[in-house]
Design a protein around this ligand. Structure first.
Ligand SMILES: Cc1ncc(COP(=O)(O)O)c(C=O)c1O
Length: 426
């Protein structure tokens, strides 16, 4: 095993093109100074409170707990953070690092759009330019977030290569960075990529776990027996788990089981067919073919639809500290409905994977168990997936009526503009 701060066991490292070496050295230096600077911590804390809305609540899920025969289920509601997911914790932190480095432009990759939205909002707050790279397929399925990013002043660039999802959005952002490295900071959105990103992202997300720990101690006087979080690249899960790594708390990651175990039908790296390799400038578990090319993946949730896994989680999987399970699309969709009916809110499809797994496994636990699920985001962004799934006819009728209404309105506005032009010309 390596003893090198760039590695987590055998995973991690920094396999970057030469042109990016100075940028990584600069990022590492600014991170090392910022993380021990009380002024940086104070600014991040001030904005996390007044703008992000932290701390996020730990909600006791009373009705679901009753359904689980009295096992006590708590939900850490990251979806109540500004922009609707945990992604803002890291985006704001890295935007402040970019300011400290004197960069005037942020770029980001995004899958579900939550990281793009969070980066665009942080750029607007701090007066920075922003460009977000997003797979064409993800732009179509997460359109509300594309609109949000543009409202915050960001440009959203469609990635049309390869998988046209998150994996290729990461490649596009990295390529753009090599071209604009002098004035640009790449706000990587998950706990992956070359060193020091996995560490920086984990640290900005670790307040999920540290808040949770004090909240559950206040509520129950003891630590939970088991904690669940969904795992795309791994930022909400490592942010949740890192505070508990030294405790006797079982940690479980829910990966995208998609349509099933066939290659291309899921994004399960640990619970599926991930192999050790080097891709996207880091060493970890990837879904890849015999030539090392990343495979196409599938998940109903754009945020879990990614071929790689953060290196620290790959290490925690290899050592057995974190257990991983694959959750099917259909079970995640059912968990959205169950949360909606029983607890009065809709989790993001990503987070619903963790809910589904917890609800499935909890009945086998002792009745006095305490279980926590991190709800990484809220489900508003998924409306164009969940509404046609649960209520297709009503949703179709609504969309058709809206298109007719908007076309009529546009025609009226065009006519009025033409009339005004004519009048002005007289
Ligand atoms: C709501 C939500 N949860 C989870 C994820 C997965 O990312 P990560 O594994 O980095 O938390 C995403 C990614 O877009 C997301 O939007």
């Amino acid at each position: 095993m390596r003893h090198d701060e760039r590695y987590f066991g055998d995973f991690g490292g920094r396999y970057i093109p030469e042109v990016l070496r100075p940028a990584f050295e600069e990022l590492e230096a600014v991170w090392n100074s910022a993380k021990v600077d009380p002024a940086f911590a104070a600014e991040l804390k001030r904005l996390s409170s007044s703008w992000v809305g932290r701390p996020t609540p730990l909600h006791f899920a009373q009705r679901l707990s009753a359904e689980l025969g009295g096992r006590r289920l708590y939900l850490k509601l990251e979806g109540l953070a500004h922009t609707g997911a945990h992604k803002i914790n890291n985006a704001l932190g890295q935007a402040l690092l970019a300011k400290r480095m004197g960069k005037r432009r942020l770029i980001a990759e995004t899958g579900a759009g939550q990281h793009g939205l969070a980066t665009a909002a942080s750029a607007a707050l701090l007066g920075l330019e922003c460009e977000v790279f997003m797979g064409e397929i993800d732009m179509a399925r997460q359109q509300p977030n594309v609109f949000g990013m543009r409202m915050y002043g960001a440009s959203v660039t469609a990635v049309k290569e390869g998988t046209r999802t998150l994996t290729d959005a990461v490649n596009a952002a990295m390529k753009n960075w090599t071209e604009r490295v002098s004035d640009t900071h790449y706000v990587l959105g998950s706990a992956l990529g070359p060193h020091p990103y996995p560490t920086i992202v984990r640290e900005f997300q670790s307040l999920i776990g540290s808040e949770l720990k004090s909240q559950i101690m206040d509520a129950e006087g003891r630590l939970p027996d088991r904690i669940y979080a969904c795992v795309g690249g791994g930022s909400n899960s490592i942010g949740t788990f890192s505070a508990f790594l030294g405790d006797s708390v079982e940690l479980v990651g829910a990966e995208a089981g998609g349509r099933g175990p066939a290659p291309g039908d899921n994004a399960a790296r640990v619970a599926g067919t991930g192999r050790v390799g080097i891709a996207q400038s880091y060493k970890s578990l990837f879904l890849q073919d015999d030539n090392g090319s990343l495979l196409a993946t599938h998940s109903v949730s754009a945020g879990l639809d990614y071929a790689g896994l953060g290196p620290q989680l790959a290490h925690l999987a290899a050592t057995g500290r974190v257990r991983f399970e694959a959750v099917l699309d259909d079970d995640a969709l059912k968990a959205v409905a169950r949360c909606a009916r029983f607890e009065g809110f809709m989790p993001a499809l990503e987070s619903a994977h963790a809910v589904a797994l917890a609800l499935k496994e909890a009945p086998a636990m002792p009745v006095d168990s305490i279980i926590v699920v991190t709800i990484s985001g809220r489900g508003d962004k998924d409306l164009f997936i969940t509404a046609p799934h649960f209520d297709r006819e009503a949703w179709l009728a609504f969309l058709e009526a809206e298109v007719t209404r908007l076309r009529g309105e546009a025609a009226r506005q065009d006519k009025e503009a033409a009339r005004q032009d004519k009048e002005a010309a007289r």
